[in-house]
Design a protein. Structure first.
Ligand SMILES: Nc1nc2c(c(=O)[nH]1)N[C@H]1C(S)=C(S)[C@@H](COP(=O)(O)OP(=O)(O)OC[C@H]3O[C@@H](n4cnc5c(=O)[nH]c(N)nc54)[C@H](O)[C@@H]3O)O[C@H]1N2
Ligand SMILES: Nc1nc2c(c(=O)[nH]1)N[C@H]1C(S)=C(S)[C@@H](COP(=O)(O)OP(=O)(O)OC[C@H]3O[C@@H](n4cnc5c(=O)[nH]c(N)nc54)[C@H](O)[C@@H]3O)O[C@H]1N2
Ligand code: SF4
Ligand SMILES: [Mo]
Length: 706
């Protein structure tokens, strides 16, 4: 048999970002020799990006952990151990802390890759619930918390998020998102570049508000620089214009339009111009264009979520869609009808807010999680309820959360730490034990979350491409074993009935659960059907007029004026206009970076360096700094030294660093550690928060000097 004949084609899926692209892998002699986009996938239509190609590099990466490791506290070195010993150590460590100091003495951080793994979604939540600590944190509060809170408050469920109907809209109004690099977020939109070209071909417009002339801004029909942190004034002014012109209407199932009208009366375009730098005339024109477009949609993402007024911004974005008649309407902001409906079936709870507060600062929980900006102080502040042991699940908060440098120090002082992770990263290097699950190519996948946020209704089940090695464990098996073993060791165990229920629930494999959940859905999609159609099943474009039935509020009405957000408008009126010469720091993402990891993959780190501080030439000149020089960037909490690059893509007064860099503090992972760059989160400030508790990572005041 020739080498060519031995090559085998397998359908895979990329789980690295929210675009969930379908893949075709070529496998020869057990090795992936090519990764391409799957042209038959009804959602991703053949799209792939550089990270998707690198998915095979993760599989073969010699740095990826394949067996549990234990850290020698004296030398700091990790040594491989067996699974039985590892589960025993982890469950003993967690149980000892809980037995001695109570349940809240255990802190948990759930990182971003959890939502990209089926087993984490089906079993990780079970583990966290079983451990019942109030000190649960996740990437949500450095990301999309305002969206979830507003969905809960307005639509009755934290995951009932309106998605831009990108394939049919004629006016796409974007605040603080860069889908050309990120491939979309809370809008699963593989193949964004093609969809944008189609939008323009239809005569449509994309208008972008961003303090950086991003990859997305460059292909927009219109881009406006906006001063970081000031979007709320602009969005509220747009609403103000629509009310003034009699263009703001609400559906019969909505309450509170009059309250909204009076709340925005103060926020005029002139005030917005003063705060944001966006000309009042442009604010007025864009508002009117959105209102009169044949299917228009406003959308705001990370730049206006990780923001001091993130909740006000997401509220205003929702309202712009509602009052212009674009919610639940073709070409507007629409709701999905997924084959597994995590919202309608109650698989994931509706959410709640401020049912309890963090111990030290009194910050509100949302849907059972506390703001991760409070994590460090919960570890270092003595007293009852102090966090003394940590469990991190696919997370790297040392690089991903504000004031990571201090969190780094705090983790070193814990009594015990365990991690479920495939790498020794900047955070898990503090763990006593790391439990590594199988990689993405070795496990079955059905996307419970991102099919819910997709711009088209589709369903797809992807069986594992490779069989796992006999001694390897899937994440769901690890979660199951840690949960059951820990609970067995608690002095105060849950009731026998509760333990048996948990055992039964965690004993079902994720794939079995997918089959059961599909059978409960209304789309007629079954696991058998999905296995017969591995590229995915098309369920058509997003459907209009789902409201009010789809609303998850108890009375099936939509609340336009949540008191929490209205009260926060007060805070806006106390903000001073910008001071002369002040520099504001924002973040950025690149096509070839993936949050805080994958920097040890040669394929993604070759080529032009991307770690620089970007700065406008005039701001450099004002400080007598040279392009390329190493500069010191200082914020209230920290200081970094990094090369600066001059570019007039930056708004004057604004500087930018990418997030997820700064691996030098983790010398164990050599190739990543050698990559230049610093962590932006050594500068971001855990005191800067949105009313939801989300970190305000953007618009951090800094100084830059030689
Ligand atoms: N300043 C600033 N900070 C930010 C952001 C920003 O824009 N600016 N963005 C924020 C956002 S949106 C997010 S989502 C967070 C993300 O930050 P985190 O929640 O920390 O998540 P990641 O950096 O994506 O990944 C963390 C780790 O998961 C591990 N991992 C990868 N795949 C798997 C797997 O399959 N199983 C297991 N068990 N582990 C795995 C890797 O080792 C990786 O180091 O960062 C946030 N931080
Ligand atoms: N290649 C790649 N893709 C990714 C990721 C990755 O790390 N790399 N991460 C994934 C994750 S976890 C997420 S959450 C998504 C995020 O997806 P996006 O939100 O599309 O990604 P960002 O690049 O963070 O876009 C935020 C934009 O907001 C702008 N901005 C900053 N501050 C402000 C402000 O105050 N106002 C306004 N209007 N704009 C502002 C920034 O300049 C930036 O262009 O991307 C996902 N996809
Ligand atoms: S766009 Fe996202 S899902 Fe698609 S290949 Fe790239 S990283 Fe993977
Ligand atoms: Mo994210």
């Amino acid at each position: 048999m020739s080498a060519h004949e031995a090559a085998q084609q397998r359908i895979g899926v990329c789980n690295l970002c929210e675009a969930i692209c379908g893949l075709v892998l070529t496998i020869e002699d057990g090795t992936v020799t090519s990764v391409r986009g799957n042209p038959d996938d009804p959602l991703s239509r053949g799209h792939i990006c550089p990270k998707g190609v690198a998915i095979a590099d993760i599989h073969t990466d010699p740095d990826r952990l394949r067996r549990p490791v234990r850290r020698d506290r004296a030398t700091g070195e990790f040594h491989e151990i067996g699974w039985t010993e590892a589960i025993e150590l982890v469950s003993s460590g967690l149980a000892a802390t809980i037995n001695a100091h109570g349940r809240d003495a255990l802190g948990i951080y759930l990182g971003n890759p959890n939502v990209h793994s089926l087993g984490s979604m089906t079993h990780g939540i079970g583990l966290v619930k079983a451990l019942r600590t109030r000190n649960t944190f996740s990437a949500t509060s450095v990301d999309q918390l305002p969206h979830q809170l507003l969905a809960h408050l307005m639509f009755g469920h934290q995951l009932l998020l309106p998605i831009p109907d990108i394939d049919r809209t004629t006016y796409f109004l974007v605040f603080g998102a860069n889908p050309m690099a990120s491939n979309g977020s809370l809008m699963t939109v593989p193949d964004f570049p093609t969809r944008l070209r189609e939008l323009k071909r239809r005569g449509g417009h994309m208008v972008v508000f961003d303090p950086r002339r991003t990859e997305t801004a460059k292909v927009a029909t219109e881009h406006h620089f906006i001063r970081p942190g000031t979007d709320a004034w602009v969005l509220l002014a747009m609403l103000n214009v629509l009310f003034a012109d009699g263009l703001a209407l609400a559906p019969a199932y909505a309450d509170g339009l009059a309250e909204v009208e009076s709340a925005v009366a103060h926020f005029t375009p002139a005030l917005a111009e003063q705060m944001s730098g966006v000309p009042a005339a442009d604010i007025e024109r864009v508002a009117l264009e959105l209102a009169t477009a044949e299917g228009g949609v406003a959308y705001g993402r990370v730049g206006v979520s990780t923001h001091e007024f993130g909740s006000v911004c997401q509220w205003a974005v929702n309202l712009l869609n509602i009052v212009t008649g674009n919610l639940d309407s073709v070409g507007g902001a629409m709701f999905s009808s997924p084959a597994i409906d995590a919202v309608g079936t109650g698989l994931i709870g509706r959410g709640h807010h401020n049912a309890w507060q963090s111990r030290v600062r009194g910050l509100p929980e949302t849907a059972g999680e506390l703001p991760v900006s409070a994590l460090r102080e919960e570890i270092t502040t003595p007293g009852a309820g102090q966090v003394r042991a940590m469990l991190t699940l696919s997370g790297n908060p040392v690089l991903s959360t504000p004031d990571g440098a201090r969190l780094d120090e705090a983790l070193a002082g814990l009594d015990f730490m365990a991690a479920v992770d495939i790498y020794v990263n900047e955070t898990t290097r503090h763990a006593d034990v790391i439990l590594p699950p199988t990689g993405a190519l070795e496990r079955d996948h059905y996307d419970l979350i991102f099919q819910t946020f997709a711009v088209r209704n589709t369903a797809r089940f992807t069986p594992a491409v490779f069989e796992k090695e006999p001694e390897a464990r899937h994440d769901w098996q690890i979660y199951r074993d840690v949960a059951l073993a820990t609970i067995d060791k608690l002095d105060r165990k849950p009731s026998l009935k509760a333990r048996l229920t948990l055992r039964a629930r965690l004993g079902l494999s994720p794939t079995r659960l997918v089959g059961l959940l599909l059978a409960r859905g209304r789309t007629g999609v079954t696991l058998r059907k999905l296995r017969a159609n591995p590229s995915g099943v098309d369920l058509g474009p997003l459907r209009p007029n789902l409201l009010p039935d789809r609303l998850q509020t108890r009375d099936h009405r939509m609340g336009l004026a949540p008191p929490l957000v209205l009260a926060d408008l007060e805070r806006l009126t106390t903000v001073e206009p910008p001071a002369e010469g002040e520099l504001l720091l924002i973040g950025r993402r690149h096509k070839q970076d993936n949050n805080s990891w994958m920097h040890n993959a040669g394929r993604l780190t070759r080529g032009r360096a991307r770690h620089h501080l970007l700065m406008h030439p005039a701001d450099l000149a004002e400080r007598s700094l040279e392009d390329g020089a190493v500069v010191t960037v200082t914020s209230r909490v920290g200081k970094v030294r990094v090369e600066v690059a001059a570019t007039d893509d930056m708004m004057p007064g604004v500087v930018s660093l990418p997030h997820g860099y700064g691996h030098a503090r983790n010398p164990g992972m050599k190739r990543a550690a050698e990559l230049p760059g610093v962590s932006i989160n050594d500068l971001t400030d855990p005191e800067r928060l949105d009313v939801s508790g989300n970190a305000a990572l953007t618009g951090v005041p800094v100084t830059v000097s030689a």
